[in-house]
Structure formats: structure tokens, C-alpha cells
Design a binder for this molecule. Structure first.
Ligand code: ZN
Length: 256
């Protein structure tokens, strides 16, 4: 081995070094978006798992309440408002994290309200504040209007609970899912609805509702729990709301 060959074997030239650096930079540029996508995908899977467990909790609530789904909200004997989230609390194993979508950074149920933890509020001493808890999941009530409209699985208020037998197609009726209504602050974080005048109108699309946040949270799709307990990840466009079929209502075809 002569002197030049030995020299080449032990040192990089500047060009070689630049090539190596640019290859590493290229690999990072290729891998970073893939890592981001992998993280988004794992958050979507975790969310689907939350929604599934909350759905199971709703079914357990049913079997303890004459086959009735939880109320969407209720005014209790003390005049405090409480939502479906509080009614399935004990069936979740009292786990506030289950109510949080991992993709939702701002509206977090487990962070509590007004300086009080979600546990405190739900474990009855501050139950009057449950309705104000933020959250990533809303119950379907898109056709709700006072004493009118197509009914959703979760009854809107006292005396309007829905029994299992009321749901015509449990595999095609949404109980709740990603998102919430953001029009009126914290008080409306627990449901998904169109607006106060929609009533029985067909053709509802979450995409056109500026007040309806979260339906595109997972790569333009969202997770939904259905009345039979199964979970689907859906593009809003895949949810029928027409005279033949509406997944937002217990009636299945409420829009005559
Ligand atoms: Zn509809």
C-alpha cells in the first residue's frame, strides 16, 4: 500500500463529507413527515379506543336503567345540569382521560373547570359544574329543536330518555363522537348540533357548521360510537342525513 492509498483509506474528502451530510438531511426530510403521520395515526387509534370504551359505558348504563340510553343532559333535583358524560362516569371506571381526544389540545375534560379537577366535579361535591367541563367528545343532537326535530339516541332532557326499542337501526345511529359545539362557550362542549332552528331538516353536514369543531380532527375524519356500541372512523360526507336514511336520528328515515 503506497502513501496515497493509505491516506484515502483514513480520511473523507470535503466532497464526501458534504455528500454524507446531504444524504442524512434527505433522510431526515423523508422520515419526519412519516413520523408525524405515525403519531397522528396512533392518536387516532387511541381516540377510537376512548370512544369504544365510552360506548361500552353507555351500554352498561342502559342495562342498569331499563334499557334507556343516558340523557344528553338533565336537570337534577337540586336544579343542577348534568350531561351524559356524568351519567356514564361510574361505568368508565371514573377515568377522566377517557373523555379526552388525544388530538384535542385545547378542550380537555381531564383538566377540570374553574380550578377544580374533573374528579372532584364528578365525584359529586361539585356536580353542578359538570356541564361546564370542556371535552373532545359530543353527543349527537344535530336535529334538536325544542319539542320538535328528529330525535337522537340520547334524550335531550328530563322525561325524554330513549329506550333501546326506540332505535330502529342501532348499527346506523350515532350516539356520540369527536367534536363539540363551540358557539356558546364551555356550556355547550358536550354535544354536537347544527343550530337552534334546524329541526327536522335533512342534509345536515358537519363541514358547513363553523360552530361544529372536531369533525375533521383525524386526517379529515372523526370517530363515532353507534347505538350498538361499535365504532367507526368516518368522513363527514359518509354520514347520511336524507329522507331515506339519517344516522343522526333514532328514526333512521325521519326526513319525510
Ligand atoms: Zn338527518
Amino acid at each position: 500500500m503506497n502513501h496515497r492509498a493509505a491516506h484515502r483509506a483514513h480520511a473523507f474528502t470535503l466532497i464526501e463529507l458534504l455528500v454524507v451530510i446531504s444524504i442524512i438531511a434527505l433522510l431526515i426530510a423523508i422520515l419526519l413527515p412519516a413520523l408525524g403521520a405515525a403519531r397522528r395515526s396512533s392518536r387516532a387509534i387511541k381516540c377510537a379506543s376512548n370512544v369504544r370504551q365510552l360506548g361500552m359505558a353507555s351500554l352498561m348504563h342502559q342495562s342498569d336503567h331499563k334499557e334507556n340510553y343516558p340523557y344528553m343532559w338533565v336537570s337534577d333535583a337540586d336544579g343542577f345540569y348534568r350531561t351524559w358524560r356524568e351519567q356514564i362516569w361510574e361505568y368508565t371506571g371514573k377515568a377522566p382521560e377517557m373523555y379526552d381526544c388525544p388530538e384535542e389540545a385545547e378542550h380537555r375534560f381531564s383538566e377540570g373547570y374553574n380550578g377544580r379537577s374533573a374528579d372532584d366535579i364528578l365525584n359529586d361535591s361539585f356536580v353542578d359544574e359538570e356541564v361546564y367541563l370542556d371535552g373532545g367528545y359530543g353527543a349527537a343532537g344535530v336535529h334538536w329543536v325544542s319539542n320538535d326535530g328528529a330525535e337522537s339516541c340520547f334524550g335531550r332532557s328530563t322525561g325524554n330518555e330513549r329506550s333501546d326499542g326506540r332505535v330502529r337501526s342501532p348499527t346506523k345511529c350515532i350516539m356520540f363522537g369527536d367534536g363539540y359545539t363551540a358557539s356558546a362557550g364551555d356550556f355547550y362542549q358536550w354535544w354536537i348540533w347544527s343550530d337552534f332552528a334546524a329541526g327536522n331538516t335533512a342534509g345536515y353536514s358537519r363541514d358547513v357548521e363553523a360552530i361544529d369543531v372536531g369533525n375533521q380532527r383525524h386526517s379529515e375524519r372523526a370517530n363515532y360510537a353507534f347505538a350498538d356500541g361499535h365504532v367507526e372512523t368516518l368522513d363527514n360526507d359518509d354520514i347520511p342525513c336524507n329522507p331515506d336514511e339519517c344516522w343522526w336520528s333514532v328514526e333512521y328515515d325521519p326526513h319525510s
